[in-house]
Design a protein around this ligand. Sequence first.
Ligand code: NAD
Length: 468
Amino acid sequence: MKPIDRFVTNLLGNPALSTLSRQDFLQLTGRSLAVGALGTALASCDKKPDASSTSASTASTPSGPVPKLPATSPPAEVPADSTKPIELEQIKAKTEQQEGPTPTPLAEDQRVGYALVGLGHLTLNQILPAFGSCTKSKVVALVSGSPEKMQKVAAQYGIKESSCYSYADYDKLKDNKEVQAIYIVLPNGMHAEYTIRGAQAGKHILCEKPMANSAQECQAMIDACKKANRKLMIAYRIQYEPHNRMVREMVQTEKFGKVKSIIANNGQNSDNPKHWRFNKALAGGGSLSDVGLYCLNTIRFVLAEEPTEVMAYIHSTPNDPRFKEVEEQVNWLMKFPSGVQASCATSYGHHDEKSYRVLADTGWIKMDPAFPYTGLQLETSQAQGTENQIIQHKIADKDHFATEMDHFSECILDNKIPFTPGEEGLQDQKIMEAIYQSAREGKPVKLAAVDKKDAFRGSEPPGGPAGL
Ligand code: NAD
């Protein structure tokens, strides 16, 4: 006999409850017995009676103590708003790494349905697996030029055959009611076209970085989404990631006083000259628009202000087949209104280096590595008398893509402006164009002054400024 059957049989066979019919019993304990009280009941089934359970108020019988139903089996409380986090008691000392907020996953039919466009490295290795960590987003459709690959992926992720589209059929997404958002994960030179067509098909757009190949394209994307009354977000995953959000909080609260200088580097050795990343029409630029953009966007994010001037140098190794159309290496300086000076470097030609350091009055903040998908490390140093106190901050990794997609879904569900809307991508593009111009002309280039903090950002993601 199963423990639950044994429990119910014992209970109904108990003289103290002999006047209750099975139906009375079920009514008395309530429908929610199955959810919460059942757990308590099952647990008590397997427990031997102890001193407290045979107290004076409990009548003892040959088959054991009579359970005090209302006291031991209260109906489980189902919160009226099931999207509120379930409160759990603290189980770790304050010296341990703390857990993030309890996840509150939405039911499948309440989640925002995404169509993924482009089944390349990022989609297959990062974005599709990230849906497993999402609480508000689900993948419901695919768009690809490779039917064979798409069929395999659809089978793996339970996507209907009728929700798999070729690029030629992209506009038919319009008729797929399960799709609310399109995530564009194509070569950069295709972002503008697919964003504009996606918005015209009535879908909200999440677009990978860099937003497009030019400021003009970025503006056209913003205009198209506005005209169609659809939301547009650029997938700047770092702005949703807890380590980098913690840095921003330290800078904004002046934990180490005023920031004076930031040094940032994002470079890697990309070795396939045939890849679209080395084709100007598809990539827009070289290392700057691909990986250097992380330095630019993250510095703007942690400072919450905009540069007023840039100065840059570009170098590409002569006769290297990779750099016929796009640049290898860019070093640039940025001046900010607060007086902060940032020095950045990016390259497609050196060993992986993805870090930055914020130098302030009484301490420094180091992110090394700062930009990979996992394993980010945050360290700070602070003057303490004649010593420097160095702290390695323990912050649990969160899936960057799940966090960013769930933010976009929340903005769709609650009608909010995304934290990184199209305007954020346009601003980066304008600054990158100034960097290229400076390198070309060999002189500093001024940028339009922006007085407001976080001028191009929308609603803050949940979890407070540190996203914890
Ligand atoms: P990828 O080359 O692996 O995938 C690109 C996909 O586009 C492929 O499926 C390819 O078949 C398809 N495609 C369609 N038309 C194409 C064409 N004309 N030429 C080439 N490919 C074509 O690239 P990826 O690394 O997945 O990058 C895709 C986008 O994601 C880029 O915009 C990139 O900047 C961005 N990205 C972002 C991150 C991040 O951390 N947020 C990381 C990597 C890439």
